[in-house]
Design a binder for this molecule. Structure first.
Ligand code: SF4
Length: 101
């Protein structure tokens, strides 16, 4: 995995919202998903992030989002570090224990 600079914790826009780091933006300006621990689809077939034990619900300022706990060193509360629960599982997928479902 290439080295990526950490987001600047003091970078906020005029409305107080965090400014995503440059690597989180595509050339077209859209947010790029960098919240996955590995390439989606590299894990077991027919499994999804939604039934992985590393998928976390995050409530931040009243907004619910889903993130992978293996990538919490990159979390910056922008959609760029969110995961899609319907994304195919990556190679770090582990089944969510029955009592947590
Ligand atoms: S399958 Fe699990 S480990 Fe992989 S990105 Fe999704 S939540 Fe993270």
């Amino acid at each position: 995995m290439p080295w990526l600079p950490r987001p600047d914790p003091y970078a906020h826009d005029l409305f107080g919202q965090p400014i995503p780091p440059a690597y989180a933006l595509r050339k077209e300006g859209g947010a790029r998903k960098i919240g996955y621990a590995d390439r989606p689809g590299s894990g077991p077939k027919k499994q999804r992030c939604g039934n992985c034990q590393h998928a976390q619900r995050i409530l931040h300022h009243g907004q619910l989002s889903f993130k992978c706990e293996l990538m919490n060193h990159r979390w910056d509360y922008t959609p760029a570090t969110d995961i899609n629960l319907r994304a195919p599982a990556c190679s770090h997928w582990h089944r969510r224990p029955y009592h947590e479902r």
